[in-house]
Write a protein that binds this ligand. Sequence first.
Ligand SMILES: C[S@@+](CC[C@H](N)C(=O)[O-])C[C@H]1O[C@@H](n2cnc3c(N)ncnc32)[C@H](O)[C@@H]1O
Length: 248
Amino acid sequence: MAKVGLSNFGDDWAYIYDELFQDRDDLSVVSETLASLAGDGPVLEFGIGTGRLALPLAERGLKVYGIDNSEEMLRRMWAKPGADKITAIIGDCTKDSIGEAGAFSLVFIAFTTLFLLGPQDVQIECFKNAARHLRKGGVFVVEAFVHDRTRFHQWQEVVTTKVGDNVVGFRVGMLDPVNQVLRTQHIELTPDGIKFRPNWLRYVYPSEMDLMARLAGMRLRERWSSWSRAPFTAESSTQIGVYEKVAD
Ligand SMILES: C[S@@+](CC[C@H](N)C(=O)[O-])C[C@H]1O[C@@H](n2cnc3c(N)ncnc32)[C@H](O)[C@@H]1O
């Protein structure tokens, strides 16, 4: 599918995604928290990817749906055991629909996917699309990092990610603080050549996220800093907002 917004994350990262991120979270904790919010379901994940979070949820017996704009990511999910229980489409989670409108108890977008969608207007459309899928009282859960401006010197950063006998990896980033945009390039040098993994994202702080939710007819019910529901504080590097749909 053609790239949406300015990120082509799925297709650019699919080949190495599970190797890098499959063990990023304690999946039993994530699925326990999501399942307790979902009740009987059904559940929809925006940016379902390779099914890292959706598959354990489906294993619990919940009906799980997904939308992803990368065929490369979905192909990897469909090859995994249990994927036949999930209904997923290639599409854009800021505007496409799946399942019955107004029927979902839980819609979620995890691992900073909201930031990949595009500029502010597009991110707001994602909240509105979540609200269209949710029933009244259902929740939209958004997990993302909290942008840390102190990492950057003169709006730039360079981080070494790998050093080995035959490999060097590093990440370079440039920040546009006016538009809240961070462009990064993950570079790996080996005797076989150079590998680039680009990324583009527009970061959002909790206060702006709350406003996006209000524009979509939802209000903040809770905010945590981890899937085990640790309180969100000034030191938190992760934000998990739980937004409840207040009106039909
Ligand atoms: C960081 S990955 C997260 C994947 C999965 N949710 C997880 O936690 O492992 C982001 C995913 O969002 C997808 N994505 C990016 N923009 C999208 C869009 N506009 N609509 C649907 N999916 C999108 C990417 O293809 C990718 O699979």
